[in-house]
Design a protein around this ligand. Structure first.
Ligand code: PLP
Length: 237
């Protein structure tokens, strides 16, 4: 345990430093980039340790896991996001617990978020997940369908689109992954120029442990980092 905590502390500092450097290289300030940790399979005890180091955003990708850990997170100085594939019938269980849903990719899901937020009189920030690699087995709206979806979502109440999110295909070379990140940035800029009601382009969520520096260099404003902070995941604990 002692060893694990000192590893997390070391990793945390390295990641903050890498984020700061990439931010500056891309003409921004370190504080312009949000470091969110993807905390799937990580115990609340370790998550809270990272929060004590200054981590201020965490994200879960499964509703069941989020609910089982929820009472144990120390969220006084930390925001909780939902970052995974979300089924409409589970929206009700998380709308009072998260401050952002990063993975909305259909009108059906957005409508359900709007409806459940109306019930509890709150407004949810959401990101639209884009399937930037056009992979059949992955969630996310295809790039050419994004604008239509945004116009439809802009009609809904109790929901505020804050930007875009993507999980690009696993790439063997850096040029290729940077190409996907550039495509995301271009979409992000195109949409922001359209000035659609209720649609802001503040957050561009892309980049994970293996590629967050490249993502920042290409314009990410939020990176989602799991294993580089907490070590390799053990799914059969
Ligand atoms: C797990 C996860 C990440 C982080 O993955 P790492 O490669 O461990 O950094 C990022 N985004 C989502 C949606 C995830 O589920």
């Amino acid at each position: 345990m002692e060893r694990l905590l000192s590893d997390i502390k070391y990793n945390y500092e390295v990641i903050r430093e890498n984020i700061a450097q990439a931010a500056i290289m891309s003409g921004r300030k370190p504080e312009d980039i949000t470091f969110l940790s993807a905390t799937k399979t990580v115990s609340p005890e370790l998550i809270n340790y990272a929060i004590s180091l200054g981590l201020d955003h965490i994200g879960e990708n499964k509703v069941q896991e989020l609910l089982s850990k929820y009472d144990d997170y120390d969220l006084r100085s930390c925001d909780l996001h939902f970052i995974g594939h979300l089924q409409s019938n589970k929206v009700r269980q998380i709308v009072d617990k998260v401050s952002m849903i990063q993975s909305v990719d259909s009108l059906k899901l957005a409508t359900e978020v709007s409806k459940q937020c109306q019930k509890i009189d709150t407004c949810m920030k959401i990101l639209i997940e884009v399937n930037i690699g056009r992979e059949e087995n992955k969630s996310g709206v295809y790039p050419e369908k994004l604008e239509e979806l945004l116009y439809q979502i802009s009609e809904l109440s109790n929901i505020q689109v804050d930007g875009l999110m993507a999980i690009p295909p696993i790439c063997e070379n850096e040029q290729k992954i940077r190409g996907y990140f550039q495509n995301m940035r271009n979409l992000f800029i195109d949409i922001s120029h359209k000035n659609i009601d209720n649609i802001s382009m503040n957050t561009l969520s892309m980049g994970m442990s293996g590629d967050y520096r490249e993502a920042i260099l290409e314009g990410a404003t939020l990176v989602r980092i799991g294993s580089s902070l907490f070590g390799p995941r053990n799914y059969n604990k």
